[in-house]
Design a protein around this ligand. Sequence first.
Ligand SMILES: [Zn+2]
Length: 199
Amino acid sequence: MNNQNNRGTVKVVNGRYRPEGKFHIAYPNTPIYDENNKLMGVTNPRDLTHIHSYGGEAIFFESLKDGKLLGTQCNNPDCEHTGNIAIPFKIHCPDCLGKNTVIDLTKKAYESATVHTFMITERTGAFNTLEKPIRFINIEFEGVDTILMSYMSVGEPEIGMKVVPIFKTVDPTFTILDMSWVPKGTADDQLPEGFSFSE
Ligand SMILES: [Zn+2]
């Protein structure tokens, strides 16, 4: 009972999602016995395809494969915090709720990104694909009002360390994992496979 060939995919027609195929697949279960062959339960293998809709954030994920780090800025002159820059990407200003302008923060990242704090973890949630231990870093940029969370692929993080972004330009996944960080000065040949510095 292998239904993988009909795994769900989604097309967009006239601005609406059109799912096709199977998004929930059940596999045959197996009995669970104790040492005396007494039935204790069953396994229930299930497989589901989750649809993650990006909406107005799509441009952020799409630009990573081009080596671009996009953020947003409030340009509403009537907003108390006009000019505020946000990365992670905020479609709307949290202060005035107006629509933010998309801006390119790639250059700013190469010039000023610094490790604000970090966390190293050996244990992860289900479906983690990153190599362990994962070096999560919180990154601050000059003139940016938020802190970005990401992960380091090379080296050991330290508070105040200058870091630069790298991008998965080969076989991108179109997820946040297409962006990673390395210490400033890291050589090209030390980058993980498929990743490169911005052009
Ligand atoms: Zn605003």
